[in-house]
Design a protein around this ligand. Structure first.
Ligand SMILES: NC(=O)C1=CN([C@@H]2O[C@H](COP(=O)(O)OP(=O)(O)OC[C@H]3O[C@@H](n4cnc5c(N)ncnc54)[C@H](OP(=O)(O)O)[C@@H]3O)[C@@H](O)[C@H]2O)C=CC1
Ligand SMILES: CC(=O)N[C@@H](CCC(=O)OP(=O)(O)O)C(=O)O
Length: 333
């Protein structure tokens, strides 16, 4: 049994991850933590999320010292804000735990990205070059050895699963810039009440235009420039990323199909039959990514639509995949 603690256990991603860990027969939940001053400390997780009654009734413990979470844990998951994860990770690693960070606190090797896109100076820049970016389908070998795993962002997961097979096969025009328009449900903003995510305020609108922190994350992991525009939509869960890709001259449908054949039957990525497009409702609550695409070979343009659940493949279920790969447990892919 691998013992896993979750810090940020009362949040949207942390609660789902706690459930996935509790359900897995080779993992057990060693502790669930919230901040030392949390209004929820001492409460059972299932009192916040009644659908978890009988599944995760453990109490949310106040994290007065990061080392507490390391007690009796092989792994610790950080479902906390970026700067909180960055502060907690060094102590957990010093105590010998494998750390799975769901935030953006360790997704860049270059510490200079943090003040620019995250608004803080990284407290442990020496850890960044060894952190493994856990896009599960693309990082199996490096995950198997990693101590610190940066679980990818939700929009980057949807975008990179669509774009990386094309890049790998040289199908993205060298001079061209893929354009990603992605819509997220409101749970992407987390559980805390805010005007931005209040029911009457949410409609459908772009935000973070030409400045969202996921643009450099996608570009770094793809090794290609992109234009990324996120949108907030009036639904709870899911992301639909529609990606317009300028393709290399001569690219055929057979080339695109061959590129996506990298996702075999055991992966969490599924291609829809030609002419079918993914819908948010097809992925909400699931650990899968659905892809649909169409090529205009005359105009050398490919449109790919990629749908995931932001809280699952975009966060918690991808973290679970990373844990399973890291500890050599079957069923990750
Ligand atoms: N929501 C999403 O779709 C996705 C989120 N992520 C990332 O995952 C992380 C978690 O996101 P999400 O679940 O949405 O966030 P939430 O706001 O829903 O939850 C945050 C959790 O962190 C706890 N917390 C806050 N401060 C501390 C602290 N100092 N020590 C310990 N626990 C603390 C909160 O409890 P309390 O405040 O009561 O202490 C709460 O349990 C974020 O970094 C987010 O960017 C990544 C991909 C997708
Ligand atoms: C709808 C919404 O607000 N989405 C969040 C992205 C989700 C997230 O938490 O970002 P990370 O993957 O970087 O952790 C945002 O745009 O900031």
């Amino acid at each position: 049994m691998i013992k896993v603690a979750v810090i940020g256990g009362s949040g949207y991603t942390g609660a789902i991850l706690a459930k996935l860990i509790a359900q897995h027969n080779e993992l057990c939940l060693s502790g669930l933590y919230v901040s030392a001053g949390s209004a929820d400390k001492g409460k059972a997780l299932s009192s916040l999320y009644p659908e978890l009654m009988g599944q995760v009734d453990q109490p949310l413990l106040p994290l007065t010292d990061a080392a507490l979470a390391a007690i009796d844990a092989d792994a610790v998951c950080l479902a906390t804000e970026h700067h909180v994860s960055a502060q907690l990770a060094p102590t957990l690693l010093e105590h010998g735990c494998k750390v799975f960070d769901l935030s953006g606190g360790h997704r860049f090797a270059d510490a200079a990205v943090f003040p620019q896109f995250y608004g803080f100076d990284h407290p442990a820049p020496q850890l960044l070059t060894d952190a493994v970016y856990g896009l599960a389908e693309w990082a199996q070998a490096s995950l198997a050895q990693a101590a610190l795993i940066a679980v990818p962002g939700c929009y980057p997961t949807a975008s990179l699963l669509a774009l990386k097979p094309l890049k790998q096969k040289g199908l993205i025009s060298e001079q061209g810039v893929p354009v990603i328009n992605a819509v997220s449900g409101v749970s992407g903003a987390g559980r805390k009440a805010s005007l931005i995510s209040s029911f009457c305020n949410v409609s459908l609108t772009p935000y973070g235009v030409l400045g969202h922190r996921h643009q450099p994350e996608i570009e770094t992991q793809l090794d290609h420039p992109v234009v990324f525009t996120p949108h907030l939509g009036a639904f709870k869960r899911g992301i639909l990323a529609t990606v317009t890709v300028p393709v290399a001259p001569g690219t055929t449908e057979a080339d695109v199909a061959a590129a996506y054949a990298c996702y075999d039957a055991s992966s969490k990525v599924y291609q829809l039959p030609a002419g079918q497009w993914p819908k948010i409702d097809d992925v909400a609550g699931s650990d899968r990514c659905l892809l649909g695409w169409k090529l205009d070979s005359e105009r050398q343009v490919l449109v790919v639509a990629s749908a995931i659940d932001n809280l699952m493949k975009g966060a918690a279920s991808q973290a679970l995949q990373c844990i399973l790969i890291r500890f050599g447990i079957e069923g990750a892919l």
